[in-house]
Write a protein that binds this ligand. Structure first.
Ligand code: NAD
Length: 250
């Protein structure tokens, strides 16, 4: 029996971190439109509730929960809620992220640790905490959102690039460790995307270095995530899906 491609994720449960806005909200919309029951976790409670309500009004199964990815207790509460609601977790998208621009000589340990705590430790905590529920899931899969600044580096972005590069190592290692459980783990590597994260970036950010000459829309990243977490990617694990308008070909 073939599956309707529009419903690739029917019956699946998903948790998307940083889902109140930007790419996380687009992922929630796309995964729910493909049939998943989606929880979005974020620290922006008002925006998160608003996003969930707006997607619900379109008939999509999306709910909001407060989740600070840098806090193990917050992850524990998310685990308990997912367990109560779904009994398992099929899809985890570690998308939450923050950014700041400071050259190394001026970087403070506090700012460095804060960024790494959200972007890198947050994904580790998510994986570790949700692992028992992912092991119970159906064709479970995890996506960690890296960045073109992970593999490439960029002036002023030492903490951000280190966190995004670290996510690639975490992704590869998790893919190896979890393959025997049938859990796939991949990294999404976006180039410039139009979201609140980079709206203060000078001169259009990486657009001048992007062959396609523009930033992506969040929907273009959501399409890539939907592929990675679907059974269409059943033999894809430990890899990086680069969605960057050609940035890395330069
Ligand atoms: P965004 O700022 O719109 O979204 C990030 C979300 O993460 C926000 O809703 C924010 O509240 C949430 N968040 C921050 N700290 C959190 C925490 N401690 N716990 C839970 N949620 C938290 O930006 P975006 O572009 O949608 O970013 C999504 C991901 O994509 C990030 O990991 C970012 O680093 C990555 N990325 C973005 C770009 C880009 O150009 N926008 C490029 C490459 C990678």
């Amino acid at each position: 029996m073939t599956t309707n491609p529009a419903h690739r994720l029917a019956g699946r449960s998903a948790l998307i971190t940083g889902g109140a806005r930007g790419q996380g909200a687009a992922h929630a919309q796309r995964l729910a439109a493909e049939g998943a029951a989606v929880l979005i976790g974020d620290v922006l409670d008002e925006a998160g509730e608003k996003t969930a309500a707006s997607l619900q009004s379109d008939g999509l199964d999306v709910s909001y929960l407060h989740l600070d990815v840098s806090d193990p207790a917050s992850w524990r509460a998310a685990h308990d809620l997912v367990e109560e609601r779904f009994g398992q977790l099929d899809i985890l998208v570690n998308n939450a992220g923050i950014i700041h621009v400071t050259e190394i000589g001026d970087e403070t340990l506090e700012a460095w640790n804060h960024l790494l705590g959200v972007n890198l430790t947050g994904a580790f905590l998510g994986l570790r905490t949700m692992l028992p529920l992912l092991r119970k899931g159906t064709n479970s899969s995890v996506v960690n959102t890296s960045s073109i600044f992970g593999p490439s580096g960029a002036i002023g972005y030492s903490a951000y690039a280190a966190s995004k590069s670290g996510l690639l190592g975490l992704t590869r290692t998790a893919a190896l460790e979890l393959a025997p459980d049938g859990i796939r783990v991949n990294a999404l590597v976006p180039g410039g995307v139009s979201t609140p994260l980079n709206e203060l970036e000078p001169e259009g950010g990486v657009v001048p270095e992007t062959p396609l000459g523009r930033r992506a829309n969040a929907d273009e990243l959501a399409a890539a995530v939907a592929f990675l977490v679907s059974d269409d990617a059943s033999f894809v694990t430990g890899t990086e899906l680069v969605v960057d308008g050609g940035f890395r070909t330069r």
